[in-house]
Design a protein around this ligand. Structure first.
Ligand code: SF4
Length: 180
């Protein structure tokens, strides 16, 4: 199957790509306007571009429409990580992935997001199923944290010397991290 894989960052892509490539023809898709500040966005993007190049993984880098992300999450600033702001954040990124998959003739789409132990895979998959209905492109429901997926992604990232970030991405998750 020709699969468009939404990738949040290089470390989360390592184990995910390995698993998916055994069954699918994978193209990466970097669309993460949630990442703040711009310098951090560029660091994560560059790290993924370098890793994708090493792995011969085709990669599409989309736009950084941070104004849209800010607008969609307005009023949800105080939500905890894992709350309603995150659901909106997943929705925005998966909609764009599905839209691009449809335009470019991919068979299906999915995301690396479920590999994070901080993210609820059931919520991500419910959002994906809704986007599938909305855009008419098959969503591959996954839970990449199963079979020690996260631990393996950390090990692979270390082996490849990849930079790991200390917060999820948005300004609110950054502030929360800094307050700890
Ligand atoms: S904590 Fe992460 S998933 Fe939640 S809104 Fe912020 S960037 Fe998005």
């Amino acid at each position: 199957m020709r699969l468009l894989l939404h990738i949040c960052c290089a470390p989360c892509s390592t184990e995910t790509i390995t698993r998916l490539l055994s069954e699918h023809e994978v193209t990466g898709f970097f669309y993460n306007p949630n990442i703040h500040p711009r310098e951090e966005y560029d660091l994560r993007r560059l790290e993924l571009e370098k890793y994708a190049d090493e792995q011969d993984l085709p990669l599409i880098v989309s736009d950084y429409d941070v104004e849209r992300w800010t607008g969609l999450t307005r009023g949800l600033e105080a939500e905890p990580e894992g709350g309603r702001r995150c659901t909106v954040c997943f929705q925005m990124r998966l909609e764009k992935t599905a839209q691009t998959a449809a335009e470019l003739g991919f068979d299906a789409f999915t995301t690396t997001l479920s590999i994070s132990p901080h993210k609820n895979s059931a919520v991500i998959n419910a959002v994906g199923a809704g986007v599938e209905r909305e855009k008419g492109v098959l969503f591959l429901a996954e839970d990449f944290k199963k079979q020690e997926g996260f631990k393996k992604s950390v090990e692979r990232s270390r082996r490849h010397g990849l930079r790991r970030q200390s917060y999820c991405g948005c300004v609110y998750s950054k502030k929360k991290r800094e307050s700890k």
